[in-house]
Write a new protein. Structure first.
Length: 149
C-alpha cells in the first residue's frame, strides 16, 4: 500500500495554519497533513526531487488547501501550476482565504479551483468551517486514482 497524504495545506500565516491543523485533527479528518509555508515549498514538494518532495510511490493527496494571500503574491501561480499538470490537476484544490473579493474568486475558479471559502474571523466559526470542509472533501467526496493513469 502506498503512503497517503490526506491534506496539503499551503498557508503562510502560521496562526491560520495552526488553527486549520487543529480543527482537522480535532475532528479526526486528516491523519497525515503536510504544511507548506510558501510557493517555494509548494513547488519543491509537488515538482521537486528532494527529500521533502511528493514521492512517485505515494498516492496523490486527497485535498490541497491553498491560501491566496501570500507575501510573494504567487498563490494563483501555484494554483495554475497544479491545475496545468497532467497528474496533479485531479487533486481537489480548495482556496481558503480571507479575501471576499470577486476578482480573487473569479480568478481562482478560472484557474481550476474546486471550491472557494472565505475564512471566518471568529474562532468557533473557523473551526466549524474547517470541520465541514474536511468532512465533505475528505470523507464524502469520492476520488479515483484511475483518473491519473
Amino acid at each position: 500500500m502506498n503512503p497517503t497524504i490526506d491534506v496539503v495545506l499551503i498557508e503562510e500565516n502560521i496562526r491560520d495554519a495552526e488553527l486549520t491543523i487543529r480543527a482537522l485533527t480535532k475532528y479526526s479528518l486528516a491523519d497525515k497533513l503536510i504544511h507548506l509555508k510558501n510557493r517555494k515549498e509548494a513547488t519543491d514538494f509537488f515538482f521537486g526531487t528532494g527529500e521533502k518532495s511528493l514521492s512517485p510511490i505515494m498516492d496523490l493527496p486527497k485535498l490541497i488547501m491553498l491560501d491566496l494571500k501570500m507575501e510573494d503574491g504567487n498563490a494563483l501561480k501555484i494554483l495554475s501550476e497544479l491545475k496545468s499538470h497532467d497528474v496533479l490537476k485531479v487533486i481537489p484544490v480548495v482556496v481558503l482565504t480571507a479575501s471576499p473579493d470577486d476578482p480573487d474568486i473569479a480568478n481562482s475558479y478560472r484557474l481550476g479551483a474546486n471550491s472557494y471559502i472565505v475564512k471566518p474571523t471568529a474562532f468557533s466559526d473557523f473551526l466549524a468551517t474547517i470541520s465541514e470542509l474536511g468532512l465533505y472533501w475528505l470523507l464524502l467526496n469520492k476520488t479515483s486514482q484511475q483518473a491519473v493513469d
